[in-house]
Design a protein around this ligand. Structure first.
Ligand code: PHE
Length: 470
């Protein structure tokens, strides 16, 4: 593949333009984290206090770490571990720092395996609303004449069917594999360039519709009234974890995507756009979902069931409910696919480089691994519900296979990866090299450097400590 003008390593792929890079990175960031996890977390953690602290975490920790990651990738022009190693070598530091990339690649692989399980639920709801559209017609509410408990029980109904769960999970994973196998510019970029604009279109439509038909003012008050007394340690922990998950940080994904960026992309500005877009979508997702949920008189604090259970009930009361429901889950599907593609790409780039394999072989091998773990995750909702893989670790003693993967990656891998990245970029890597890559000048550069050197690692270490022992 031509690497002309980018100074890239021979054979390393590239984005075809800066906007392709931005769309792909925004596609990675915007996903189930924004549409499903953010409103659920905000609802469970008291609304406004969580939201404000979340935005604070994005600005003070997420954005500096994001820039650090894409910068490592762009300098390295290789898979995540090799990129970190290149920066280390060019700075006269130990090759051992490449462990940042290896840990990240492994974490991305673990997240991929359970992310595709939830992706399967989204596919299921697309099917449900499609069927309902045929049954109840275009104009009426969704699920006409059906009791709320009935709609709510769709999700546990799905959980009870292990084979269906596995089938949906494999379908979603197969779609992810298909696009990653096609390569950076004709697969990953294609998904981002076509699906992200469609996502934004649907997203805008549903948000506006929700604002007009739902209880918008209650949602605004709920999300943006800041009550200090609600800002507990637990809420802060949840907010920073959410910021990391949502920005795809600490798991090598952004290092890998940065490695396909060209020399003349300003990484500082680009990181700002990615973080800004991701945060805007999360906040707007709250403003799309809560008005609809409040208008139906439902509670905000039901957690993960919010998108899959409360929202479908709320669609019942809405004109064009089946159609809006269908559009909503198609939109979430697009967002989830552009994220799962990035989760698969990080380990694929590594396997392909390290073992000198073709992209196709590497994708199939990693994909098969994710399929095996996915089966175990799918079964944690039914046949293997009592299996506690990490019973010997108090923090994860109660977790089933799915929750254990989620907990280990969000509470350990992501923060540890981010702390190491900050120490590496802030203290170990050559200051001139970093300065040349980051695209920041003057005060911005100094602020970023102070955040990466002091603020981020310290806050993250405190949070990690309380996350484990608190
Ligand atoms: N950021 C994605 C989301 O919000 C999830 C993700 C995490 C993707 C880590 C890549 C890496 O859904």
């Amino acid at each position: 593949m031509a690497a002309a003008g980018s100074g890239a390593t021979a054979g390393h792929e590239n984005w075809s333009s800066r906007s392709a890079f931005i769309l792909a990175a925004v596609g990675s960031a915007v996903g189930l984290g924004n549409m499903w996890r953010f409103p659920a977390e905000a609802g469970e953690n008291g609304g406004g206090a969580f939201v404000l602290f979340y935005v604070f975490c994005v600005l003070l920790i997420g954005l500096p770490v994001l820039l650090s990651e894409v910068l490592i990738g762009r300098h390295g022009q290789a898979s995540a571990p090799d990129s970190v190693q290149k920066v280390a070598q060019d700075s006269g530091a130990s090759k051992g720092w490449s462990v940042i990339g290896s840990l990240g690649v492994f974490a991305a692989f673990l997240i991929l395996s359970f992310y595709c399980v939830v992706g399967g639920w989204v596919v299921y709801y697309i099917g449900v609303f499609l069927g309902d559209l045929f049954q109840t017609g275009l104009t009426g509410g969704a699920f006409e004449g059906r009791a709320a408990e009935d709609i709510e029980s769709l999700l546990p109904g799905l959980f009870g069917n292990g084979m269906l769960m596995i089938g949906l999970n494999m379908g979603f994973l197969a779609a992810t594999i298909f696009f990653v196998a096609r390569g950076v510019s004709s697969g990953i970029e294609w998904v981002a360039v076509y699906l992200m604009p469609l996502f934004f279109l649907l997203f805008l439509g549903i948000t506006v519709y929700g604002a007009f038909t739902g209880n918008f003012s209650e949602a605004v008050t709920y999300l943006f009234t800041f009550d200090f007394s609600k800002l507990t340690g637990e809420v802060m922990l949840a907010a920073v974890g959410q910021a990391f998950f949502s920005l795809s940080l600490g798991v090598a994904g952004m290092i890998t995507y940065g490695s396909y960026a060209s020399r003349n992309t300003n990484l500082g500005a680009t990181s700002g756009i990615i973080a800004g877009a991701d945060t805007a979508v999360a906040l707007l997702a709250g403003l799309a979902i809560f008005p609809i949920v409040f208008a139906a008189g439902l509670s905000a604090s039901v957690g993960p069931g919010l998108m899959f259970q409360s929202l479908p009930i709320a669609f019942q009361a809405m004109p064009f409910g089946s159609l809006i429901g269908l559009a909503f889950f198609i939109m979430v599907f697009f967002a989830a696919l552009t994220s799962s593609v990035s989760l698969l790409e990080a380990p694929v780039a590594f396997v392909k480089d390290r073992f000198k394999m073709s992209r196709m072989t590497a994708t199939i091998i990693v994909g098969l691994g994710a399929a095996v773990l996915g089966v175990l995750s799918s079964l944690s909702f039914n046949d293997m519900a009592d299996f506690r893989p990490l019973a010997f670790i108090p923090l994860f003693a109660e977790a089933n296979f799915f929750d254990a993967l989620d907990g280990v990656t969000a509470k350990l891998f992501m923060p540890i990866g981010a702390i190491l990245t900050c120490i590496f970029v802030g203290w170990v890597a050559d200051a001139k090299l970093i300065d040349d890559e980051n695209g920041l000048d003057g005060v911005l550069h100094q602020t970023w450097r102070a955040l990466v050197r002091y603020v981020c690692p310290i806050i993250l270490a405190v949070i990690l400590f309380f996350g484990i022992f608190g």
